[in-house]
Design a protein around this ligand. Sequence first.
Ligand code: 8BR
Ligand code: GLC
Length: 466
Amino acid sequence: MKESFKEKIRLWKDLYIRAFENATSALPRVRGVLLAYNTNIDAIRYLDKEDLERRIEQIDKEKVFSLIDSPPERITSLEELFGGILRSIKLGKAMEWFVESEEVREYLKEWGWDELRIGGQAGIMANLLGGVYRIPTIVHVPQNPKLQADLFVDGPIFVPIFENNELKLVHPKEAVMTEEELIHYIYEFPRGFQVFDVQAPRENRFIANADDYNARVYMRKEFREYFKGIAEKVDLAVISGLQVLKEYYPDGTTYKDVLEKVESQLNILNRLNVKSHFEFAYTANEKVREALIGMLPKFTSVGLNEVELSSVVQIIGDESLAKEVLEGNVFSVIDAMNLLMDETGIERIHFHTYGYYIELTQYRGERIRDALLFAALAAAAKAMYGNLENLSQVRNALSVPTNERAFIIEEELEKEFAEVENGIIDMTDRQLTFIPTKIVASPKSTVGIGDTISSSAFVSEFAMRG
Ligand code: 8BR
Ligand code: GLC
């Protein structure tokens, strides 16, 4: 190994240890976080080769295979369900299709699951921020049936309810309603997983989404009518779940109707000086994507991965830059982040990909790097354990090796930029912060790692601001 790499290993190890201490001692300073809008039930099944092959043999196998390369992107039959699962395996890509058929929904329920977890970006972040970091967290739940409420861990996690015209915050378990179970069926597969002649190049998951509420960004009455009272109780907010919006709905409403409500809530957050983060998930519809980019000036911060950043560049930049971002060229990623900041004026952009994170900010400080390092520990812990329950699991991730491939990228950055110090790059009016992450060799599951990264970094960075 190169001498310089040995040094880097030592250096980043020390930085990681210090970041964990700094971040965890700052977390109690956060008064409250608001998480909206998508919470659901994730029913996770770890795919089994024999079971899957048998199920496909029982239906029109040829049809299933024909759908692998001409994806319907939604599910109206069992052939489409299995076509989607095989496509996701073949490409090693995460996919999420909506289940339109009642018959398939019944089938999915009967097929069952290995594990139920809270799902949706808001739900996942609630169990992390409230349950693990012990920060008071208010979460939006479109529906609150017992099956879902029981998946929230104990801790300062709250949903707002109104009693005698008064806003009260209670744990979701204390506000259970006879409401719908919004289930997302998640089929996880490991790298190398093989079914017939289809093999997974990497671990990932296929999601069959049987949830009519989050698909329209349904907002509970408490959030529609008493948002200000809720927002007054927090310092920070994370908004997610807008990726599913469609251009038109059968009843004549459009995505614009939903975004208008979201914008008025953002205006309230801004008036109250609540810092807000937008978790940018892949948004298939280009009009909706463009509208979401148009809303970014109202946010303090945005988080995205390579697929999402590339999809943003398709709108605000050009095809060749979008392609380079997707291919993982780090200088193209930085160009794209600068472009997005120029276009929207947003103060903070956090990019995460397999092996490293980069953040671009209109302010400076070592806490930005500490927050990214803390987030990488949380991500590695999430990959290791699947469900995070306490901070000592996050500390255990210190023992996962730091990704050495990212050192090559760090050296490229050191060659390109004059001022680079332990991942911090001074760009006169902006700071660029780079960190190598920790990669877990055989992750337990992949769902929710991105949410863990973004929320851990955003919340701990603002906590460390003091
Ligand atoms: P998205 O779902 O938003 O793409 O986030 C997934 C992120 O999880 C990746 O960017 C990567 O940083 C992280 N990740 C994955 Br995928 N597998 C991991 C692993 N085995 N160990 C640590 N982080 C991982
Ligand atoms: C999407 C899925 C949800 C999953 C989440 C993880 O929101 O619909 O099921 O929990 O992504 O990030």
